[in-house]
Design a protein around this ligand. Structure first.
Ligand SMILES: [Zn+2]
Length: 510
């Protein structure tokens, strides 16, 4: 039976102003999904948008639109952004989708019927003119952060989810599943900051606004954010419907990719919802760091906001994807600046990858009229080099399994770097002067072609366009994940004029 793989990104609060930092989860998830597909997994990749709540309701009102018309407009923007970044999701779920709405209502009812949701009273700080509840920490100098007026302590009727009931089971689960929360540091954070102090029951409905999914048996209530949003991971698969084939096949998720700011919801609230529904928990929740953009202060008003599509248009989608994936080490934050992006393009993509492909095709043409076969004349240095080619796939597999995407790319670029060094060590241009070294020269070029071929395959999930350019130039159909070992009998016939994969760029500030 074919192995399955289910990966998700967070669903985003719709915004017309996504910046490059917002693209990280989606680019990482896309690369892993592409990797698994190429590796033979039956893969399902889910992303989407989280469209309910008071904030949207207010923004829509300001724009003179109904909430649905308002979100329809910005969702198109998000979809266009993902398209420009080459994101290959299987479904873009919207929390306003009919199937999602109906299933969330069923989930709410089920949890209520079995006693895991109960009616209580929500106490909060309320600004009457703004019709908004605030928490203590959201207040600015004790006043409403939106209008600066006084707030009053008010209580409203609300439904609550019994988190406390499942606390012990969740603790045991986290203890016995060391891979559930990654990286380790976030797991400790969750245990010490949230589980140890004890869980309070979670408010899961509101009556103070109406833009949400109505509670079917108490219609003045709408279902409040987390129960609605988190459930998308199972509603998208048809959970609790007649058409639940996808749910049966793909659940539990293999990985939820989330930003570190929402790890808590995914490793405490979500598992408890699943336990209450008697469903298995996801295998891994990966809380990645942030891509800090130019010191984190980025906004249209500061004048430093750039739509990510501007970088894609200027430098190409593969360069943007590579930068984002390469720059954020496992679980930590990374920094983005346009200058750093240009430096990466020059140092890694043009100088290492592009240069290797270009010079090798050049030599193949110069010495063998573009036709290179394996003459099997091997010395130690060649055997060591071939060994490096042969272990690449399993090394990268291991990194992907541990969600160490930056390290996976490092492994691939290490082989590209070694290939350039191999050329410098063996010096084909010296061999070319010696008629007796003809077969050895061809073998050397063949070995480099093999390194280009295997790295080209391995880079497909991350930089799909540039990888296919490589295969157009080296002309071989041995380009799948089952061809990632050194093959000894390819008859290479390369293009006459190599086209550079990446141009070197001189950075100029706007
Ligand atoms: Zn106010």
């Amino acid at each position: 039976m074919q192995k399955k793989f289910y990966i998700t990104t967070p669903i985003y609060y719709p915004s017309a102003n996504f910046h490059i930092g917002h693209c990280y989860s989606t680019i990482i998830a896309d690369s892993i999904a592409r990797y698994k597909r190429l590796d033979g997994y039956d893969t399902y990749f889910l992303t989407g948008s989280d469209e309910h709540g008071q904030k949207i309701e207010k923004k829509a009102e300001e724009a003179g639109l109904s909430p649905k018309d308002y979100v329809d407009k910005i969702v198109e923007n998000a979809k266009d952004l993902w398209k420009s970044l080459g994101i290959t999701y299987d479904r873009f779920i919207r929390t306003t989708d009919k199937d999602h709405v109906e299933i969330v209502q069923k989930i709410f009812k089920k949890l209520y019927d079995q006693g895991d949701i109960y009616k209580g009273e929500y106490k909060g700080l309320y600004c009457t003119p703004c019709e908004s509840f605030w928490t203590e920490t959201q207040l600015v100098n004790g006043k409403c952060p939106d209008c600066g007026r006084d707030v009053q302590e008010v209580s409203e009727e609300a439904y609550f989810l019994r988190l406390s009931k499942y606390q012990k089971r969740l603790e045991e689960y986290i203890d016995s599943h060391s891979d559930f929360i990654l990286p380790e540091s976030r797991k400790n954070e969750m245990i010490n900051n949230f589980l140890k102090p004890g869980l309070e029951d979670l408010c899961v409905s509101r009556t103070s606004f109406s833009w949400g999914i109505p509670v079917t048996f108490d219609e003045k209530h709408v279902i409040y954010v987390w129960l609605d949003a988190l459930s998308n991971y199972i509603t998208a698969l048809g959970y609790l419907t007649d058409d639940d084939e996808k749910f049966k096949k793909y659940w539990p998720a293999d990985v939820h990719i989330v930003g570190k700011e929402i790890v808590r919801f995914h490793t405490i609230i979500w598992p408890i919802i699943l336990m209450a529904l008697d469903l298995p928990l996801p295998h891994k929740v990966f809380g990645h760091g942030w891509l800090i953009v130019e010191g984190n202060k980025i906004s249209k008003s500061l004048g430093n906001y750039k739509d990510p599509r501007e970088y894609v248009d200027k430098y190409g989608v593969d360069a943007v994807r590579y930068f984002v994936l390469r720059e954020i080490p496992f679980g930590n934050d990374g920094n983005f600046s346009e200058e750093a992006l240009v430096n990466r393009i020059n140092s890694d993509l043009a100088n290492i990858w592009g240069n290797l492909v270009n010079r090798t095709i050049g030599m193949a043409n110069k010495y063998f009229d573009g036709k290179v076969t394996n003459k099997n004349v091997l010395e130690n240095i060649d055997e060591e080099f071939i060994e490096k080619i042969n272990v690449l796939k399993s090394n990268v597999d291991e990194k992907i399994e541990g969600l160490q995407i930056s390290k996976a790319l490092e492994d691939i670029f290490e082989l590209l770097r070694s290939s350039n060094k191999y050329i410098d060590d063996v010096m084909p241009w010296v061999l070319a002067k010696d008629e007796e070294k003809r077969d050895y020269l061809e073998t050397v070029l063949y070995n480099i072609m093999e390194a280009i071929r295997v790295t080209g395959i391995m880079l497909k999930p991350f930089m799909p366009n540039s990888a296919s350019k490589v295969f157009e130039q080296i002309n071989t159909d041995k380009n799948t994940f089952s061809d990632t070992k050194y093959i000894s009998d390819i008859e290479y016939d390369v293009v006459k004029t190599p086209e550079p994969l990446f141009q070197r760029i001189v950075y100029k500030q706007d």
